[in-house]
Design a protein around this ligand. Structure first.
Ligand code: AMP
Length: 193
């Protein structure tokens, strides 16, 4: 059963409508499949759109935000629950607690940092859930090229490719989560190259 999925995505308000459309579609897919959205708790950008549309479709949305962001009023005011944490580190830790998968939408440095941390933890066997990129219009192609380069140049192993998967369309997210290769703490044995 897929109950709780963490989404990493952009806070930018200025990105093209196609990216907002993807956030909307993800929210609808989650609502249709009774999946609770766990996210950074923001009210703007793709984060805000994801939360708004999930709430509008009677989904459950849990935001996790550090107190300094609450101080500048970045917190979403209309979600199921907004959990305030001490700092960015606690937020990232809490975002991936008791979840069934991570879904990554287009984003900036914050999104990239969040996904790289879960990939790094997965490589070490400390996080074992599926990680699915939604590659809207090839947004993440250059990141996948870099992963290829890392593997080709032996900074990572070919087996590490199984840590993430990629869909072009949000309607394939649930299937991608279900099809993700099993992973467990024995990954530590192949963490080093
Ligand atoms: P990015 O992909 O660079 O937009 O980063 C998304 C992450 O940036 C979020 O998880 C937050 O840590 C942070 N962030 C930046 N601006 C905001 C905002 N206005 N509201 C909420 N989070 C934000």
């Amino acid at each position: 059963m897929i109950n709780r999925v963490c989404v990493f995505c952009a806070s930018s308000q200025k990105v093209a409508p196609k990216y907002f459309n993807v956030a909307e579609s993800v929210a609808k897919v989650f609502a249709d499949n009774n999946i609770t959205t766990i996210y950074g708790g923001g009210a703007v950008g793709l984060m805000g759109r994801l939360a708004d549309v999930a709430m509008r479709n009677h989904g459950e949305v849990i935001g996790i935000m550090p107190s300094f962001m609450m101080d500048v009023e970045w917190g979403h005011k209309n979600i199921t629950e907004l959990i305030i944490v001490k700092d960015m580190h606690e937020r990232k830790k809490k975002l991936i607690e008791n979840i069934d998968a991570v879904v990554v939408l287009p984003g900036g440095s914050g999104t990239l940092e969040e996904v790289m941390e879960v990939i790094t933890l997965k490589r070490l066997g400390k996080f074992v859930k599926p990680i699915v990129f939604v590659n809207t219009d090839g947004y993440y192609n250059s990141l996948f090229d870099l992963f290829d380069k890392m593997i080709e140049e032996k900074f990572m192993r070919n087996e590490h490719r199984a840590m993430w998967s990629c869909v072009d369309n949000p309607c394939n997210i649930v299937e991608a989560i279900k099809l993700a290769p099993q992973w467990n703490d024995s990954a530590i044995k192949i963490a080093a190259v």
